[in-house]
Design a protein around this ligand. Structure first.
Ligand code: B12
Ligand code: SF4
Ligand code: SF4
Length: 424
């Protein structure tokens, strides 16, 4: 075997006392990974770190089940600008390139807080629940890798993946018997609901003595999520057109928003939870035993105050504020663009000074343009002095601006003018 021909390749943290007789007999320090481990052993180890292993997929022969659905989905363009999804390899048929010797996939779930009331405060944008803590990718990967290494497993006998990896995670979880895919496309586990992250450990060995999957379920005649989606993003049950989804627009979409997209995001600054909030499976959620792990995520009441975020002028300030959190994904340009739209959609005139500053001073014409548009949207609510000041300041920018911002100024200035003239 190619594994560890030297002593150093054997994990330093290996504590053979933690291993069952079976594992001790199969792991030879520095030489080979085990042939198999027991589910209970894996469960005990992950549970002690606050993570639940739910099941293990052992039949990974042939082509993965939902690969065709993914291809159809992409051919309709429902993935928008997420071109990395076009490169989703089929983990099953490309096993060897993903992990040499891949034999089974363990599926883990990490629930995050699901309080039903997660309201937007005055002067704020809404943020989805999953983004209230630290970036789950890093915490999860690190924790799971540590658990497996502590079990004495050689580093090259597993690969931890979550979200970033090209794998249809919900499909794999469903096939492993973890739960079912709901009409809102979320993986739902009865008694747990859908507010959880998924992570997988690809393994070069098998896991024995699996529990019998008892988690059959389905949506029945319910269709609440399809009706509640404010942007009508579901093409049909189980099929989401991501380009209409607020989560995609606020997190993944780069650059400018169309007029429809600006209105569509409503009061959401980052992500969207509506199709989960209405789901009855999230109203019956039982208690969790994952506090230790959640503590590491540092879940807290992260707020998105519009004016404060609109005042972030540099990448450095953005990194200082959001480093280590999921919000980094939207980047400064995306997040400030979202804030402009939320200020306009929620008619929040307290954001006017910050919007004006962004419209006049920001280095990105994407942000300046959206800020100008938001000011135009708020114009009817401004007192005459505010309109006149905004108009003068914005007019002075006309000759310096890019075509995009000039277009927004041509739309906004008459609104500020007519409104202010009416008041005189
Ligand atoms: C791209 C992506 C998105 C995109 C597209 C989402 C989508 N529904 O396709 C956007 C940016 C919109 C998004 C949003 C969100 N995401 Co996301 N996302 C992903 C990612 C990276 C890939 C998903 C994918 O491949 N989509 C393509 C479609 C075709 O695949 P699918 O949705 O899994 O489809 C399943 C079923 O719908 C079914 N299917 C497909 N077509 C058809 C047709 C019929 C007729 C039938 C019956 C079934 C069926 O087959 C698939 C497998 O079971 C995964 C991580 C991963 N690598 O899997 C995370 C992931 C799915 N996202 C996650 C989360 C948390 C979210 C958000 C809740 C975040 C938020 N609060 O804003 C929202 C939820 C929105 C929603 N209703 O899906 C979690 C979901 C956990 C869970 N319990 O299900 C994942 C698994 C990340 C993780 N590791 O935890 N996401
Ligand atoms: S996350 Fe929001 S916008 Fe996206 S499908 Fe669900 S309800 Fe619709
Ligand atoms: S809201 Fe109803 S239809 Fe939608 S996922 Fe939940 S149970 Fe299924």
């Amino acid at each position: 075997m190619i594994f560890g021909k030297t002593r150093n390749a054997f994990p330093l943290k290996c504590t053979p006392l933690h291993l069952s007789e079976r594992m001790r007999s199969t792991i030879q320090p520095g030489i080979m990974p085990p042939e198999s481990i027991s589910f209970r052993e894996l469960q005990k180890a992950t549970h002690s770190r606050g993570i639940e292993v739910l099941s293990v997929l052992r039949d990974i022969s042939g082509r993965s089940k939902d690969q065709n659905a993914l291809q159809r989905w992409i051919s309709h363009g429902f993935h928008g600008e997420m071109s990395y999804l076009e490169r989703l390899s089929d983990a099953f048929s490309e096993k060897e390139t993903i992990l040499a010797g891949l034999r089974s996939i363990a599926v883990f779930a990490v629930p995050y807080p699901a309080e039903r009331k997660c309201e937007r405060g005055h002067g704020e944008a809404r943020i989805s629940r999953y983004a209230l803590g630290r970036d789950y990718h890093r915490v999860l990967k690190r924790t799971l890798a540590k658990v497996l290494i502590d079990l004495g497993l050689p580093k090259n006998s597993f690969r931890i993946v979550t979200d970033s990896f090209p794998l249809l995670e919900r499909s794999i979880a469903q096939q492993a018997g973890v739960g079912f895919v709901g009409k809102n496309t979320m993986l739902i586990r009865p008694r747990l609901g859908s507010y959880f992250f998924l992570a997988e450990a690809l393994l070069t060995f098998t896991v024995e003595d699996l529990p019998i999957p008892v988690l059959k379920g389905d949506c029945g005649s319910c269709s609440r999520c399809l009706e509640a989606c404010p942007t009508k993003a579901f093409v049909s049950p189980y099929v989401l057109n991501a380009t209409r989804c607020i989560s995609y627009l606020t997190i993944e979409k780069r650059g400018r928003f169309s007029a429809w997209e600006r209105r569509a995001i409503g009061e959401w600054g980052f992500g969207c939870d509506i199709c989960q909030e209405v789901c009855p499976f999230n109203h019956r959620r039982g208690t969790q035993e994952t506090e230790d792990f959640l503590a590491e995520f540092q879940f807290q009441s992260r707020k998105l105050p519009l004016s404060e975020i609109l005042s972030i002028r540099t990448k450095e300030q953005f990194v200082e504020r959001f480093s280590g959190t999921p919000l980094m994904r939207a980047k400064r340009e995306g997040l400030l663009r979202n804030m402009c739209c939320v200020a306009a959609n929620t008619l929040d005139i307290s954001a006017l000074p910050a919007l004006l500053e962004a419209a006049l001073c920001d280095s990105s014409d994407n942000i300046r343009g959206h800020a100008v548009w938001a000011i135009g949207k708020l114009s009817d609510l401004l007192v005459s002095e505010e309109r006149a000041n905004a108009r003068e300041a914005l007019r002075s920018r006309l000759k310096y601006e890019t075509p995009f911002v000039r277009g927004e100024l041509f739309w906004c200035l008459p609104r500020l003018a007519s409104a202010s003239e009416e008041n005189y």
